[in-house]
Write a protein that binds this ligand. Structure first.
Ligand SMILES: Cc1cc2nc3c(=O)[nH]c(=O)nc-3n(C[C@H](O)[C@H](O)[C@H](O)COP(=O)(O)O)c2cc1C
Length: 385
C-alpha cells in the first residue's frame, strides 16, 4: 500500500492536490464548483451579499463554516453560530468556533471598508454565551453606514489569496520586515503575538517537541480522530456536495473508499500504519518548519475569543502579503483532558500561564509551495431561516 495514501487520509486537513496523481485518468485537483467562491462574489444588488462573499472565505477550524446570517433588517447583518457545525470533542468549549466567528467578522469589516462603509460591530447584542457552550443568541449585530472617513485596508487584497498551507516549508527563515508587518497588523486588538526561529534553537526544540506530542495524542485518541473522520470528504462527489470539512481528492484514496477499504467510522489503531505514517509525516513537517507564530490573550471570555480570531486572520493576511504561509497547530491548545500536559507546556513556554492567559493560536510559519484554496459552500448556505 502506498504509504502516502495513509498520510493523506488523516492528515488533519485539506490535503487534496498535494502531490502527483497516482491513478491515470483521475485528477486530484478539487472540483471547480467547490472552490468557485474564491473567484469573489462579483457585484451584487445588495452590498451585504458582496461583503458576505468575502467573509465566507475566512479560515474556520476544520473548515466547518459555522456561520449563519440574518439580513431581515436593512443595512444590518446579524451573525449566529450554526450549532449543527460544532466540534465537541476537540473544541469542547467552542473556543475555536468563536475565533472562527471572529475571522468572518474581520473579513466582513475589511470588505465593508473597501466599499466606504463603516461596519459598526456590536458583539453579543443579546448577551455573551457562557464559558462552556454556545446558544441561539447572535454573535454579532453589524450595522453598515457610508462614512467618508473610512479608509480601505491593504489587507483586503489578500483575502482571495490566503490559504492554510499544510505542505513542508522551506528552510529559509521569514524575513524580518515580514514579521514586523504581521506584528503591526494585529495592533487593533489586545493580543500579544510572537515568533521564534533558528536564532533560538532551544526554544525551537521545545516548540517542535510539544507540537509533535500533541499531534500524536490527537491521533491516538479515537474520539478525536473520529470527529475529523466525520467531516472528511473524499472524492469529487462528496467534496462538491458538502464544500466544507477536510477534503481529500487523491485518486488512490478515492479508489480505496470506493471498494470499502477506507473506514470513516472507526479510528485506526495507534500502531497501525495509518497512524504511524501520519505521525512520521507530521514530524517531518515540524522538523523542517523554520519558525513558529503565536497569539496570546489575557482572559478568555467570548469577546476575547472573537477578537483573537479577528487578530489571527489579520496576521495570516499580512503573512500572505509577505509571501509567507501559516498552518495552525491547534492540538496543544485544545481543552480536552488528554491534552492537559501539552496545554500546560505551551502556555509555560510562551510565558502565558493559564488561566490568566490563553494561547489562542499557535502556527507554523514559513515559505511554502503554492496550493489550491479550500472548498466553500457559497453565499446561499449562510442565510438563516
Ligand atoms: C481557530 C482555528 C483553528 C485551526 N486549527 C487548525 C489546525 O489545528 N490544523 C490545521 O491544519 N488547520 C487549522 N485551521 C485552519 C482551518 O483548517 C482552515 O482555515 C480551513 O480548513 C479552511 O482552509 P483555508 O484556511 O485554506 O481557507 C484552524 C483555523 C482556525 C480559524
Amino acid at each position: 500500500m502506498d504509504r502516502r495514501v495513509f498520510i493523506r487520509v488523516l492528515g488533519g486537513g485539506a490535503i487534496a492536490a498535494a502531490s502527483a496523481t497516482t491513478l491515470s485518468g483521475c485528477s486530484s485537483a478539487l472540483p471547480p464548483e467547490a472552490i468557485a467562491a474564491w473567484q469573489g462574489p462579483g457585484e451584487q444588488a445588495d452590498v451585504r451579499r458582496w461583503l458576505l462573499g468575502h467573509a465566507l472565505l475566512a479560515p474556520h477550524s476544520h473548515n466547518l463554516q459555522s456561520w449563519l446570517v440574518d439580513l431581515g433588517v436593512a443595512d444590518e447583518i446579524t451573525l449566529f453560530v450554526d450549532r449543527s457545525r460544532l466540534l465537541p470533542e476537540t473544541d469542547p468549549f467552542a473556543r475555536q468556533i468563536l475565533m472562527s466567528q471572529g475571522t468572518f467578522i474581520e473579513l466582513l469589516d475589511l470588505a465593508a471598508r473597501q466599499k466606504g462603509l463603516r461596519a459598526q460591530v456590536e458583539l453579543f447584542p443579546q448577551g455573551a454565551f457562557g464559558p462552556n457552550a454556545v446558544d441561539a443568541r447572535p454573535t454579532a449585530r453589524i450595522r453598515l453606514a457610508p462614512d467618508a472617513s473610512v479608509q480601505p485596508d491593504p489587507l483586503f487584497a489578500q483575502i482571495l489569496r490566503r490559504r492554510t498551507n499544510r505542505e513542508a516549508y522551506e528552510a529559509r527563515e521569514p524575513d524580518a520586515a515580514a514579521l514586523q508587518a504581521i506584528t503591526a497588523s494585529v495592533s487593533p486588538y489586545p493580543v500579544r503575538i510572537g515568533f521564534v526561529g533558528a536564532a533560538l534553537p532551544e526554544a525551537m526544540a521545545q516548540h517542535r517537541r510539544i507540537a509533535k506530542e500533541a499531534w500524536r495524542i490527537e491521533l491516538v485518541t479515537p474520539r478525536t480522530v473520529e470527529e475529523s473522520l466525520r467531516v472528511l470528504r473524499v472524492g469529487p462527489k462528496e467534496i462538491t456536495l458538502h464544500r466544507d470539512g477536510l477534503s481529500i481528492n487523491d485518486p488512490m484514496v478515492r479508489a480505496l473508499a470506493a471498494v470499502g477499504l477506507f473506514s470513516r467510522t472507526q479510528a485506526p489503531g495507534p500502531d497501525s500504519m495509518a497512524t504511524t505514517s501520519q505521525i512520521r509525516d507530521f514530524n517531518h513537517k515540524i522538523d523542517s518548519t523554520p519558525a513558529f507564530f503565536w497569539l496570546v490573550s489575557e482572559g478568555n471570555d467570548r469577546v476575547t475569543q472573537v477578537n483573537a480570531g479577528r487578530a489571527y486572520v489579520r496576521a495570516q493576511l499580512a503573512a500572505t502579503a509577505a509571501g509567507l504561509s501559516m498552518q495552525p497547530l491547534s492540538q496543544a491548545l485544545q481543552e480536552y483532558p488528554e491534552q492537559a500536559v501539552p496545554y500546560a507546556e505551551i502556555h509555560q513556554l510562551l510565558a502565558a500561564p493559564a488561566p490568566r492567559f490563553t494561547v489562542q493560536m499557535w502556527a507554523r510559519l514559513g515559505y511554502a509551495p503554492a496550493i489550491e484554496p479550500a472548498p466553500r459552500r457559497g453565499l446561499d448556505a449562510l442565510m438563516s431561516g
